[in-house]
Design a protein around this ligand. Structure first.
Ligand SMILES: Cc1cc2nc3c(=O)[nH]c(=O)nc-3n(C[C@H](O)[C@H](O)[C@H](O)COP(=O)(O)OP(=O)(O)OC[C@H]3O[C@@H](n4cnc5c(N)ncnc54)[C@H](O)[C@@H]3O)c2cc1C
Length: 648
């Protein structure tokens, strides 16, 4: 049967981290939205470790918050341990990270979705897409119910032809205990969308009461937790909306009643177990064809690649407050179960450990993201968007941020509005999507600070200031929050300018703050969570919110570097303004190297800036293109409109 005669504006397939943000973004923009997912009880399940944030990822979560997404606040309200990574270093490289209660995280997000106006959730597995004249118009499901939509956002994660490996043992599924999506892959292939294979893995889960914590080192969270959501710009209803409007109070006061993680390490015996059984690992016996993440290797990979390292650090991370299950961070493997037992029991504190779930590897289809426009819409099928792990990424934060952008852009497509494109200098989300659509990926892509050429601008405190113009333009946050964001921006700008004028003895306050910043160990101006020492900033600045103080001190401390970044951005932004017509025939452009022309014809970059980031396209090709575009503009008759344009 066909469920709806009037198509939804947006149908989202899959309620993982990408799907949830896509559905919330679209419905919060006022678009009638449907979220279809194979199992409503696994909404926003953390397939791997129960933690959000960390280097670069923590900044992404803050960017999601600045754009009206849910991941940050959901982490704050369900977090059980918070740590600011690199706290002793400068704010440019600090990142918040939180351990979450895995089930509370899911339940709160499910409840958020349930209460969201304009959003309908339904449990069904999407078995195929419905196409008409190269455009997607809906979805088929395993229940023989069809749903019509003007746009479809696919966020099916690791489920497309998912195959799990534990040694020689194989099970179909996107993750342990879950189903696999086979026919949906066929649907993509029929539509001409290329698919390839990737793999990832996860460690075993252990029963806490079978562990000897006296042999491990305790790792506590921070006394003063750094939360993810911008609590200073939200009103209290925005902060705890589910808790206030829901039928049941969910979550807890952010940052309270933290739990500990525990550290132990592998031994020479552990390494010996791996070496003796390497041939039985699914990875090493050649059973897995998919490519795994280099930066997050399996334990057997670590033993092979770092053969002379005597031991490897492991973290025992609790999965929640109301469970005794522990995640063993650092012990991902696809060795057979009986080998896993020996491996685990060779580790101090884990000698009698009971395994609740085995470690395993999973391989799955992904759709190479170079098949997407920067809006995350498919180049091959109109109105079809992709977000999350299906685009070749790995990680909850990477998935959630793409989901948000795809959800917003699906609505924009329906409304005929230009898409939300976050530039590379505006945030990690911009870098992530630009890397995916221009360079693609051959291995699971995760964000690192080193991927962002302007990372100095991406301190975690500034995401709202960097992105609030997008939030305003697309109506992504409530008006009350927007005006607080804008007020914050004004206060920061005022103080940054003012401190360079007002004097503190023989120097300006700006010079004084920079002097303190140059000696970070002894100065209190670097303390990120308030409590600044006397004389480190003017008393009047201390009256401002901690968030404003932090940002002002950051901008003043690094004024020289930040200024240089801004000048570089300005230089390159001219290239970003030069749009390339969609139908430009690169092969006909004289002077363009043939291999570059082929690459450009394949990727069809939207701007000259994007063309320059395609691997193999060099600066001389860009000069040729620029000359060509100038000449084309000059040739165009006055008044004649062109798709591409070159600023004079
Ligand atoms: C075993 C394993 C290990 C991992 N290890 C790591 C790691 O070490 N580090 C790391 O950063 N990340 C890791 N990840 C990846 C991380 O879990 C993902 O990056 C993240 O969850 C991706 O989010 P997503 O929303 O794209 O997809 P998912 O979270 O996978 O969600 C997909 C959703 O789509 C639904 N779905 C699937 N097919 C259909 C269908 N046909 N119809 C309807 N609904 C459907 C599913 O039910 C699910 O709700 C691991 C994942 C797995 C499975």
């Amino acid at each position: 049967m066909i469920y709806n005669k009037i198509p939804f504006d947006v149908i989202v397939c899959g309620a993982g981290h990408a799907g949830v943000e896509a559905a919330l973004a679209a419905s919060r923009m006022g678009a009638p939205t449907l979220l279809l997912t194979g199992n409503i009880d696994t909404i926003a399940q953390m397939s791997c470790n129960p933690a959000i944030g960390g280097q670069a990822k923590g900044q992404i979560v803050r960017e999601i918050d600045a754009l009206g997404g849910e991941m940050a606040i959901n982490t704050d309200v369900t977090g059980i341990q918070f740590r600011l990574l690199n706290e002793s270093k400068g704010p440019a490289v600090q990142s918040p990270r939180a351990q979450c209660d895995k089930k509370a995280y899911q339940f709160r997000l499910k409840h958020t979705l349930e209460l969201q106006p304009n959003l309908q959730i339904f449990q069904a597995t999407v078995t195929g897409l419905i196409f008409q004249n190269g455009t997607v118009i809906g979805c088929r499901t395993n229940l023989d119910i069809e749903f019509l939509g003007q746009t479809v956002v696919v966020t099916t994660g690791t489920f497309l032809r998912g195959l799990m490996h534990i040694g020689q043992n194989k099970n179909e599924g996107g993750r342990l205990g879950d189903f696999t999506s086979k026919t949906l892959s066929d649907s993509f292939l029929q539509a001409g969308i290329e698919l390839r294979r990737l793999k990832t893995g996860t460690p075993p889960r252990l029963l806490g009461r079978s562990l000897d914590f006296t042999k491990m080192q305790e790792q506590k969270g921070d006394d003063h937790p750094t939360l993810f959501a911008y609590h200073d710009t939200r009103d209290s209803a925005g902060l705890f909306h589910v808790e206030q409007t829901g039928e049941q109070r969910l979550g807890w006061t952010p940052g309270t009643n933290a739990v500990s993680c525990w550290m132990t390490h592998t031994t020479s015996e552990t390494a010996e177990v791996v070496r003796a059984n390497l041939h039985k690992s699914a990875m090493y016996s050649g059973q897995i064809e998919g490519i795994g993440p280099r930066y997050c290797p399996s334990f057997e990979d670590k033993i092979v690649r770092f053969a002379d390292k005597p031991r490897h650090l492991l973290f025992l991370e609790p999965e929640g407050r109301t469970t005794n299950e522990y995640y063993v961070n650092g012990l991902s493997t696809s060795l057979p179960f009986e080998v896993q037992l020996d491996l685990v029991h060779s580790i101090p504190g884990l000698e009698s450990a009971q395994l609740l779930r085995p470690a395993y590897a999973v391989e799955y289809d992904f759709a190479p993201p170079t098949q997407l426009w920067p809006s995350l819409e498919s180049r091959k099928v109109e109105n079809l968007f992709f977000a999350g792990q299906i685009n070749g990424t790995s990680g909850y934060e990477e998935a959630a941020s793409q989901g948000l952008v795809a959800g917003v852009n699906a609505v924009n497509k329906v409304r005929g509005v230009a898409p939300l494109i976050i530039q590379r200098h505006e945030g990690y989300i911009g870098v992530l999507i630009d890397d995916l659509v221009t360079k693609g990926t051959n291995e699971p892509y995760r964000m690192f600070t080193s991927r962002a050429e302007h990372r100095l601008l991406f301190n975690h405190g500034s995401a709202e200031l960097r992105l609030c113009h997008h939030a305003r333009h697309y109506g992504l946050v409530p008006a009350s929050r927007l005006s607080r964001m804008e007020e914050k921006r004004k206060r920061v700008a005022h103080w940054v300018a003012h401190l360079e004028k007002i004097r503190m003895g023989s120097m300006t306050w700006g010079e004084h703050i920079r002097r303190l910043a140059a000696a970070p160990k002894q100065n209190s101006a670097q303390i990120p969570k308030g409590g600044r020492g006397e004389g480190s900033i003017p008393i009047e600045l201390m009256q401002e919110s901690v968030q404003v103080q932090d940002e002002v001190i950051y901008q003043v401390s690094y004024a020289g570097y930040l200024g240089r970044e801004q000048r570089q951005i300005k230089k390159f932004s001219d290239l970003e303004k030069i749009n390339l017509p969609e139908n430009l025939n690169f092969m006909d452009i004289r002077g363009l190297r043939r291999e570059s022309a082929l690459k450009l014809a394949e990727f069809k970059p939207a701007t000259l800036g994007q063309a320059g980031r395609i691997s193999g396209v060099n600066p001389s090709d860009i000069s040729v293109l620029m000359i060509y575009m100038r000449a084309a503009k000059a040739e165009a008759k006055p008044g004649e409109s062109r798709e591409g344009s070159v600023p004079s």
